[in-house]
Design a protein. Sequence first.
Length: 116
Amino acid sequence: MNLYWNKCQGEVWCKLGTVNLSHQHFDHMDGVYVIWHGGQTPKTVYVGQGVIRDRLTAHRTDARIQAYSTLTLYVTWAAVDASSRNGAEVYLANRLAPIVGENYPNVAPIEVNLPW
């Protein structure tokens, strides 16, 4: 499945702490997302899914994710319909091996393109 990974204005990666989540772009935006840190060796911090605005708002105060904020946290997201979301999330988690893990759905992965 080919996903469109969103960036911020100017075609730059969005910073988790400053992306404008109140923008109408996020109205009814459901899908998958990837949070990573910059640092000398960038690493995926978290892979998730759901209502993008709600999930990213929650991650702004999640201590497990914010522990990497000194390395600059970036985020990208892609719209994915509900029937494919679980499989896409599992695929991304398997490929990107996030530092902060969750219990991912017990479904077959659905291959998607990576954000980078």
